[in-house]
Design a protein around this ligand. Structure first.
Ligand code: URA
Length: 431
């Protein structure tokens, strides 16, 4: 087989076989296929697309380029979720304990935040002592014993995806739906769960801005997972405002704890419950009609909260921080951002709001940047709310970094006007 023939085949809009796709992925991973040929291939995919079968074969070939977790020694159905990246998204920290309290096994490998989006690992590390590194053996043992674990991805998971993503980043081929779908699904399939629910974000804080694109991506990822023998579902959720009220690592853990104690913001609860529902049905723990009552009961009984405590203790974290969230890191200053005129909050440029949080130190511009666990934003008003001039829209929890710059970004990111806009949080469920 010659790479040039496969590039020409894709250029001519023909379908590649499983063997041909494996040849490309293996060759690029072992460096026998050079960057210039892979770039040409990626651009051909960008313009001509791939069939679902090609995308599935690409995801599987990428999955097989590195470690593949075998979770078969964990009893019961292993469930996992994935978000395509958002602002204020602390869903995994609430959902994992809830699913474990319902009897499912939540074996999750998470990532770090980059740019305007946060990462679950960073958030959990705001809990003193919390350890996200674990051997496969200890990971399996913990999930068997307490029903959940959240750890970092092994360095050798889907190396093909790492190399291809780096090349896509510099060749203008990131926003190609078959490439995004195979990239995400290769990692999900390598993580070994039986049932997976994807949260595909759409809107100003997401990397897909239209519902049509988000639906296409969700449908393709669901198809890939199903063809690979997994029970799949996806929900499409709005990122036209941050999820929940808090952005920033310790602030988000605090909000997750509040929800597990029966409080917390309604929009966060809606997203957590919808994903839980899909996973509970897939795991055959309950039916659609009874899912909500089961989740309510696991929260009101304190079982879900106790699962968070158990996970934190099992992973070396300080239990007292969960029992007394005021022990989480706090910032020196709490600075109000106030409404510059009266009216309804019509729009929030959520990506820019994420950037404002990142500049305070809640996120990183590059993977080497250090994070300040204490800082972030706390919203008291979001889209649709009426504010009078000088009412507080949000508080900046800040130390000394970039306060003026963040305030300026917020001023431009938040539009106040005459129209009361009602956001639709869940745009669709795909199975
Ligand atoms: N996230 C991924 O993991 N891969 C992509 O291609 C895009 C977003």
């Amino acid at each position: 087989m010659r790479m040039v023939d496969l590039i020409i085949k894709k250029r001519e809009k023909q379908e590649l076989t499983k063997e041909e796709i494996s040849f490309i992925i293996e060759g690029f991973t072992n460096k026998s296929i050079p960057n210039y040929q892979m770039s040409a291939f990626l651009m051909a995919v960008y313009f001509n697309g791939m069939t679902d079968e090609e995308s599935t074969n690409m995801a599987l070939a990428m999955m097989n380029s590195g470690d593949v977790f075998d979770l078969s020694s964990i009893e019961g159905i292993k469930v996992d979720k994935h978000s395509t990246g958002g602002v204020g998204d602390k869903v995994s920290i609430v959902l994992g304990p809830l699913m474990a309290a319902c009897g499912a096994k939540f074996a999750k490998m998470s990532g770090r935040g980059l740019g305007h989006t946060g990462g679950t690992l960073d958030k959990l590390e705001s809990i003193k002592g919390f350890n996200i590194e674990m051997s496969e053996k200890d990971f399996i043992k913990q999930v068997n014993e307490i029903g959940l674990a959240i750890i970092g991805q092994s360095d050798n998971i889907t190396p093909a995806d790492k190399y291809i993503y780096a090349l896509r980043d510099v060749t203008g081929t990131v926003p190609a739906i078959p490439l995004i779908a195979s990239s995400i699904m290769s990692k999900k399939l390598a993580s070994g769960a039986n049932a997976i629910c994807l949260d595909v974000k759409v809107g100003s804080g997401a990397f897909l801005e239209t519902i049509t694109e988000a639906k296409k991506l969700a449908e393709l990822m669901v198809n890939i997972g199903n063809l690979a023998g997994r029970k799949m579902s996806a929900i499409i959720t709005s990122m036209d405002e941050p999820l929940g009220n808090n952005i920033g690592n310790a602030l988000e853990v605090k909000e997750a704890i509040e929800m597990l104690k029966g409080g917390g913001p309604e929009d966060l609860k809606i997203v957590v419950y919808e994903i839980c529902k899909q996973l509970l049905i897939a795991a055959e723990i309950t039916c659609e009609k009874e899912a909500e009552a089961l989740l309510d009961e696991k929260i009101s009984s304190g079982e879900a909260f106790n699962k968070l405590v158990e996970m934190v203790v099992a992973q070396g974290g300080d239990k007292e921080v969960i029992l007394n969230p005021e022990l989480l890191p706090t910032a020196k200053y709490k600075i109000p951002f106030i409404a510059y005129k009266s009216g309804f909050i019509e729009e929030m440029d959520t990506e820019q709001i994420g950037v404002a949080g990142m500049l305070l130190g809640a996120g990183r511009r590059t993977l080497d940047d250090e994070i300040d666990m204490a800082v972030g934003l706390e919203f008291v008003n979001k889209v649709g709310a009426y504010v009078n001039k000088d009412d507080v829209i949000c508080y900046l929890h800040a130390n000394s970094k970039n306060v003026e710059q963040s305030l300026k970004i917020l001023q431009e990111a938040i539009k106040i006007g005459k129209n009361k806009r009602v956001l639709k949080l869940i745009e669709g469920v795909i199975k």
